[in-house]
Design a protein around this ligand. Structure first.
Ligand SMILES: Cc1cc2nc3c(=O)[nH]c(=O)nc-3n(C[C@H](O)[C@H](O)[C@H](O)COP(=O)(O)O)c2cc1C
Ligand code: SF4
Length: 653
């Protein structure tokens, strides 16, 4: 019997039997090709269907010219989408995986135009949209009816192509939620005013979809249990909406999530990062499930089968959504079903390559599994090496570990040497920053992958040219990483200067008044500032950019900026470090070179980026031994690039 009897039991949604309780919720992938489903999106979803998920709901797609952007969204209203849809449906059905599609209109949250200009966004009323700083146009009734019809048309295209269901996005403060919400819907016509009138748009959309599909099509609605913003929908309002939907007979299920698109505070909850507790929305889903008869789906920071089983077993929801968990490990379901829990590559909620990419409209990927979004380039089963070789990987950070695991999986005889006693490289430091403990999961995951692939690991071994010559490998991968960069500072002899790494490790003796000079504008400056503020220091964070975290994804950045504000950290922007003395730190404004002076400073903490450690490559070249440089040893960046380069290096061997 499976270790997860509930999770792997079938479930009925509107008369459709789904083989298990795990589903892949809708998410924009940026794998769309000219507004259609092409090879890349088919391969992406096929990998998950093959991995055993019971239901895929594909990304929120457009359906109306007021929101049509074929480079970023599927154009569900265009009849030319049908052949691509059919191919996707046929592919997923081969794995007994059901397929729904989500229909999405942003209303006031409509910023994406094809040519870079800002669209005039249409919404129920001209209520300001805080996150984009725009005032939408109050939609005329003809526009509303035209949009309703287009929902039906797009639903019809999905059904024609063999989709099993259609979901309407009514969550996260987008168009449907704007109609439902009395603070964003100030209309006095048939679509506004009373609760019944505010529900009308959604009801009409659902009726239009049913009219253009058939009785067998499963139709569902996604709601935010709580939009987590003052002007967004709140728990009691969502409960009332769900009860009304249930009573209307127009839906077959309700899919519960949270967050809001029109305010930064609510936006953080759409993509909950590692500081948000696992299964955050499950209790709210349970409250809804108690009040309605239709099945309830839930998702949000669920990355382990044990957790998913509990949600179903406790009756909190009928199905459990796992987006990033499957972006990170497409085989999560099949591994869980076979009891191979330790083999699951758990998502760590870093939001780097999935959300980070999508918010810039790059294809979604994963820092731990860069094959995601690149399925047509890197097949799921790695091609065996044509000629097995003896490979030496030098450096046990994420990039080196990925290179070693993949090379060994392909049949090479791989040894990884690490100069420290523990593997992980900078990931070991990253996990020590406040709220980022889960980052260490990347080390556990890669250690397991190397173990499964039978990589030989040698710790406390500093590889130099003599060592490499003695080992005489057929190929070498150098993943030796980087060290903190310490730029020349004017007059700094008398200053107390430490680097961020020693502060993170708790090795530096830091005074009560600290200035952090943050050149990279990444996680380190924010994290060290938070740590020192929590330790009781007066902290000034001077960043060489427009904001702390300017170089990282906006979700983690904004969460960090909010936390720093609560802790009373003073932020100074556009500050290029110049010099220091025993009590002051001197910056120059990076635009006009005007001085910025911080007085009464006990300690200057340097977060000035990193210098690569790559001397070995020259030494090996001198003895005629070629080597592949990856990650920070090539050019200091992030774990994402190191792991991707590890993959590429291993596939080239
Ligand atoms: C890259 C990305 C794009 C998303 N796009 C959508 C979308 O189109 N529609 C939607 O309802 N939710 C979207 N979401 C939210 C997810 O469906 C899901 O609610 C969220 O990722 C939390 O679930 P998880 O912790 O399992 O990843 C997106 C999430 C991600 C990561
Ligand atoms: S990039 Fe991070 S958050 Fe995204 S799927 Fe991978 S581990 Fe999870």
């Amino acid at each position: 019997m499976s270790s997860f009897p509930q999770l792997f039991s079938p479930v009925d949604l509107g008369g459709l039997t789904i083989k298990n309780r795990l589903f892949f919720p809708p998410h924009g992938t940026s794998l769309v090709e000219d507004g259609k489903v092409g090879d890349r999106l088919v391969a992406y979803h096929e990998a998950r269907a093959k991995g055993g998920v019971g239901l895929v709901i594909i990304e929120g797609m457009s359906m109306h010219p007021s929101f049509d952007n074929p480079s970023k969204y599927i154009s569900g209203g265009d009849p030319d989408v049908v052949p691509g849809f059919s191919r996707l449906a046929r592919t997923l059905h081969r794995y007994d995986c059901k397929l729904f599609g989500q229909l999405f209109h942003p209303g006031a949250s409509n910023r994406a135009s094809a040519d870079g200009s800002k669209r005039a966004a249409f919404a129920p009323s001209d209520v300001p949209h805080d996150r984009y700083g725009l005032i939408p146009y109050p939609a005329p009734a003809e526009w509303i009816w035209d949009v309703i019809e287009s929902y039906g048309r797009a639903g019809g295209h999905m059904r024609e192509a063999g989709f099993d269901g259609v979901e309407v996005l009514a969550s996260m403060g987008y168009l449907v939620a704007q109609f439902l919400n009395p603070r964003t819907n100030l209309r006095e016509d048939a679509f506004g005013g009373s609760f019944e009138n505010r529900m009308r748009f959604l009801y009409e959309v659902l009726k239009a979809i049913r009219a253009k599909t058939d009785d067998e099509t499963v139709i569902g609605v996604r709601v935010s249990a709580d939009e987590m913003a003052e002007e967004g929908l709140h728990v009691d309002e969502t409960l009332a909406i769900c009860e009304a939907l249930d009573a209307s007979g127009l839906v077959d299920y309700v899919n519960v999530i949270g967050g809001y698109s029109a305010a930064a505070s609510g936006w953080l909850h759409v993509f909950p990062s590692m500081s948000v507790p696992h299964g955050f929305w499950a209790p709210q889903a349970a409250a809804i499930r108690q009040r309605i008869a239709k099945p309830v789906l839930v998702g949000g920071r669920i990355n382990q089968p044990q957790m998913a089983e509990e949600v179903v077993a406790q009756g909190q929801a009928d199905m459990v959504g796992v987006v990033r968990a499957l972006i990170c490990d497409p085989d999560f379901p099949v591994k869980a079903q076979k009891g191979k829990f330790d083999d699951i590559r758990a998502c760590i909620g870093c939001n780097q390559a999935c959300v980070g990419h999508r918010l810039s409209y790059y294809p979604v990927s994963c820092i731990q599994h860069p094959e995601t979004g690149r399925e047509t380039q890197f097949a799921h089963e790695k091609s065996p090496a044509r000629e097995p070789k003896r490979i030496l990987v030098i450096g046990g950070g994420p990039g080196g570990m990925k290179a070693a695991a993949i090379a060994a999986e392909r049949g090479h005889d791989v040894t990884l040497v690490e100069k420290d006693g523990q593997l992980g490289g900078q990931a070991r430091l990253a996990q020590m920053l406040p709220g980022r403990e889960e980052f260490g999961g990347i080390i556990t995951n890669f250690e397991r992958e190397m173990e499964r692939a039978a990589v030989k690991v040698e710790r406390n071994v500093e590889a130099d040219v003599v060592f490499v010559r003695e080992r005489a490998p057929d190929a070498v991968v150098i993943a030796t990483g980087a060290v903190p960069r310490r730029p020349e500072l004017e007059g700094a002899d008398g200053a107390h200067v430490v680097d961020a790494w020693s502060v993170i490790r708790g090795e530096a003796n830091v005074g009560g008044s600290v200035v952090i000079a943050d050149w990279a504008c990444d996680w380190i400056g924010i994290g060290v500032a938070e740590k020192l503020a929590r330790d009781g220091c007066r902290v000034r964070l001077a960043v060489n950019g427009i904001a702390p975290g300017a170089q990282i994804n906006e979700i983690v950045r904004d969460q960090g900026i909010g936390d720093l504000h609560k802790l009373g950290v003073e932020v100074i922007t556009h500050a290029g470090l110049f010099g220091a003395d025993d009590s002051s730190v001197y910056f120059q404004h990076i635009i006009n070179r005007e001085p910025i002076i911080c007085d009464d400073v006990d300690t200057l903490v340097l977060a000035q980026g990193h210098n690569r450690i790559a001397g070995l490559v020259g030494d090996l070249a001198a003895i005629g031994m070629p080597a592949t440089l990856i990650g920070d040893a090539l050019s200091p960046r992030t774990a994402e690039e190191a792991v991707l380069e590890g993959l590429k290096a291993a596939m080239a061997l």
